[in-house]
Design a protein around this ligand. Structure first.
Ligand code: GLC
Ligand code: GLC
Length: 829
């Protein structure tokens, strides 16, 4: 069952009912000011950091769900309704929500009155513009009132929802004309404020939440002022400040009125915090006067429909540009809409937000992940290489001199987060991958010379190349009894914690170490990760390639020898016969073996083992892929492990705490599905690669939205696995490494357009039924118009490749470097 449809021409998803199975959201903002907005206008805004600069308040896990946000209420002769249906939930005569690239349009209609609200954050602008277009579609005149509403968060979102003894007494507002200012703590230690304004006169306002609602026992669905059709002109003094504008409107039949609201944020330099004179009409109880110059300029910028239209156009152009770098035209519309629109859009959102703020991540929980952000680079590096470079350097600056890494860092301070610490065994390897991806995309080798600090200490700065070296050798220098990498606290799978042995409620599996390992330096020196071994053999060649390019042949050979040795070790000690083991636990026992009672096979190490060609000569790759198909494949994707754990295995940690089928315990963890898609494509099995891709790619799951529940236009982290009661149900949408990895899987492995150090590889692995496809790729200043022909209907194999009519050996298009458009023709066979 569907709850809307894709409008590819406008790059929008159009939702046709407010009652989606879960709030379906969008993100507004791309630089400093961000908003989350659901299809009923729920959500919140923040500046830069969702925890430390929260602008509007939001209650997670509320009952009912998704209450609070920015709402418009209309009282039309006693009928009270919202254009987005919620929170009053009066049945509408018509409803539509269009989520587009950085904007959302919600339209509601009731009793011949139509309200179309466009929400967006303009480029280079710290505010959300909300344009409300009211039209009388009836034949009689209409007189009604419209109320806006935004509830202020007292800046620090964590403190705001816990520290009530203080916060109920600090709230501060000011009102000047049609603008309501939020100035809590401004007079003392803050130099930022927020405002909510409308480009017209108003007939009243409310700034005190309880006064607006009329009773502390009312909810957002039942504000008495709105019901009464008249604001109470309340002035907040502590408690919960809000901003609500009240306006009376009269419309003749066919007449339209446009109101533009702006929810903005501004910072003043310390010495310019206050104005010298008090403006006339200012409502305040303070003796100091806010310097509102910045707000004035922001209000001026979007105070007419023409200016709003220009702002929207600018946003649209920016997105067209970002999405023009890689475009495809395949026989499958769903592939096209994922690749050309939604997957790339989601990659940009993960770049901006990492894993901080979604409808499943509260925005106060965690900073940026070392591994997460490095992997995100793979998905967006072609769109904004300069920002990828900056991000990589920020991340690398938190690395330790020995190659170890802080697992997370805070975006506002860019410092490593010591609460969580380090010793996540996979972390360093992802940086080799992101740096290589950056160089392959841009050809900018200078990043390797950039002086990058260790542990944010400038005096410890070394060239970036040194960071790659310590990353590589951090693995080599930390091997266990079999010669496999030590698993440490976790190894991509945050829930395989082999040094924990936790038996006390509330202990964090990621940070708790059993005292028996404390003496050993914080983790077991027995437990080994086969996943990290295969990630090493997959990633290591990029490091070798870099060294070779730099002419460091000796170092390259030394590194290559380590990779070869690791492959041998994996084959000898970690091949289980039909697939690769997952790990050795701290007791030296096999994890992920046919000998185990539960969790006999795991997905994570398999894809990288296949792509590293470990045991290919004895058919280990195909055996492994067939085992995945046999044990992990199900209707909605590939489960993480099988059989699911039904007991608590103290030696494994968090993984066996989840009921079977959820999260890391046999859930369909879509992130690692991509690695198998890549591996199937790599092995030339285009049919299987595409089957797995289409099981999880959102556009393909749209038809089962009633089961899937989360947005059909973006990936979620997890889908309930075959052991779950809610088999097929998605969770944790938007902020997941799946976005980047599936972008890689479809574009570089299935469609096979893959940047390499020395050019653009074109080597697809597609369903045999396809006649071919076309792609446009901007690459290092040139544009390549690629045509793939598949006359023999094969899955893989480049029979011939020409660039501007010239035949080329192999499948790497050399860099032309002339800024022109080149025709690439590839015939498969
Ligand atoms: C989450 C985390 C990621 C981790 C994965 C598996 O997606 O963000 O860092 O690798 O879970 O545990
Ligand atoms: C929890 C989650 C896992 C996530 C991790 C991040 O363990 O289950 O998915 O990656 O927290 O810290």
């Amino acid at each position: 069952m569907k709850f809307g449809h894709f409008d590819d021409a406008r790059k929008e998803y159009v939702i046709n009912t407010p009652k989606t199975p879960y709030p379906w959201i969008n993100y507004l903002g791309n630089q400093g000011f961000f908003s989350l907005i659901s299809n009923t206008a729920g959500g919140y805004s923040f500046y830069m950091d969702a925890r430390l600069r929260r602008i509007t308040r939001y209650r997670y896990n509320n009952v009912p769900l998704d209450m609070g946000g920015r709402y418009f209420y209309i009282n039309d002769n006693g009928t009270v309704w919202n254009p987005g249906w919620s929170p009053v939930k009066t049945e509408l005569d018509a409803y539509e929500c269009r989520h587009g690239m950085g904007y959302t349009i919600i339209t509601g209609k009731k009793n011949d009155l139509k309200a179309e609200v466009t929400f967006f954050v303009p480029q280079n602008y710290d505010g959300e513009v909300q344009q409300v277009v009211l039209t009388n579609e009836g034949s009689a005149p209409k007189e009604f009132s419209i109320f806006s509403m935004a509830e202020w968060c007292l800046w620090d979102a964590q403190d705001d929802c816990t520290n009530f003894q203080r916060n109920f007494s600090t709230g501060r507002v000011e009102i000047l004309g049609s603008t309501i200012y939020h100035v809590t703590e401004y007079r003392d230690r803050r130099n930022h404020y927020a405002f909510y304004t409308v480009n017209d006169t108003i007939d009243g306002y409310d700034t005190d939440r309880d006064a607006f609602l009329g009773s502390i026992y009312n909810g957002w669905d039942n504000p008495e002022t709105v019901k009464a059709g008249k604001a109470s002109n309340s002035f907040a003094d502590g408690w919960s400040p809000i901003a609500s504008h009240y306006k009376k409107v009269t419309l003749a039949p066919g007449e339209t009125k446009t109101l533009i609201y702006i929810l903005g944020y501004a910072e003043n330099p310390q010495d310019k915090k206050f104005a010298s004179s008090k403006p006339e009409g200012l409502l305040t109880r303070e003796t100091w006067v806010l310097n509102r110059e910045k707000a004035d300029a922001m209000i001026e910028k979007y105070n007419t429909p023409e200016k709003v239209a220009a702002g929207l156009e600018e946003l649209r152009t920016a997105w067209e540009k970002l999405l023009s770098i890689f475009k495809v035209d395949t026989p499958d519309d769903k592939v096209n809409r994922m690749v050309n629109i939604w997957n790339q859009y989601q990659c940009m959102v993960t770049f901006n937000l990492s894993r901080s703020a979604s409808y499943f991540e509260s925005g106060i929980g965690r900073g940026m992940g070392f591994r997460d952000s490095n992997q995100d680079v793979l998905g967006f590096v072609h769109q904004i290489p300069e920002r990828a470079r900056e991000r990589i350097i920020d991340i690398a600056s938190t690395q330790m001199p020995d190659g170890g890494c802080y697992h997370q860092y805070q975006p506002l301070t860019k410092k490593g987060n010591s609460d969580i610490g380090g010793d996540f065994s996979d972390d360093p390897l992802w940086m080799i991958l992101s740096v290589a991806a950056y160089i392959k995309e841009t050809g900018d080798w200078t990043i390797l010379d950039e002086m990058v600090p260790y542990d944010n200490d400038e005096s410890l700065a070394k060239p970036m190349l040194d960071h790659l070296k310590v990353s590589f050798y951090h693995i080599v220098d930390n091997l266990g009894p079999h010669g496999l990498p030590l698993a440490m606290r976790a190894d991509w799978n945050d829930c395989i914690n082999l040094s924990c042995f936790s038996d006390t409620p509330g202990e964090s599996f990621q940070t708790y170490t059993n005292p028996k390992f404390k003496a050993e330096g914080g983790y077991s020196k027995i437990a080994e990760s086969v996943f990290v071994a295969t990630l090493f053999t997959y990633t290591g060649p990029a490091y070798v390639g870099i060294l070779e390019h730099l002419g460091k042949t000796e170092e390259a050979a030394k590194a290559q020898a380590e990779i070869d040795k690791m492959k041998k070790v994996v084959m000898e000690s970690a091949f289980d016969g039909e697939w690769f083991l997952r790990a050795y636990d701290a007791n030296g026992e096999k994890m992920g073996s046919h000998e185990c009672e539960e969790g006999k096979i795991f997905i994570e190490p398999q894809g990288f083992a296949v792509m590293s060609e470990i045991g290919k000569d004895v058919g280990a790759d195909i055996k492994t892929l067939n085992s995945i198909d046999k044990y992990l494949n199900c209707e909605f994707g590939l489960v993480l492990n099988n059989p699911a754990f039904t007991k608590y295995y103290i030696q494994y940690g968090e993984i066996s705490t989840y009921p079977g089928g959820y999260k890391e315990n046999a859930g369909i963890f879509t992130h690692n599905n991509a690695w198998i898609i890549c591996a199937e494509a790599y092995a030339g099995r285009g049919e299987k690669a595409f089957e797995y891709y289409s099981k999880i790619a959102p556009a393909f799951t749209e038809e089962t939205s009633d089961i899937h529940k989360t947005e059909p236009y973006v990936y979620g982290q997890m889908i309930g696995g075959k052991d779950a009661k809610n088999f097929g149900q998605g969770k944790n949408s938007w902020l997941t490494g799946t976005a980047a990895w599936n972008m890689v899987a479809i574009s570089q492995y299935i469609l096979g357009v893959k940047p390499e150090f020395d050019g653009l590889r074109v080597d697809p692995s597609i369903p045999a039924a396809w006649d071919g496809f076309k792609a446009t790729r901007q690459f290092r200043g040139d544009t390549y118009e690629i045509t793939i022909k598949n006359p023999d209907h094969v899955n893989k194999g480049v029979k011939s490749l020409t660039v501007d009519g010239q035949a080329i050996d192999g499948c790497i298009v050399p860099v032309a470097g002339d800024g022109k458009t080149h025709q690439v023709e590839v015939v498969l066979g």
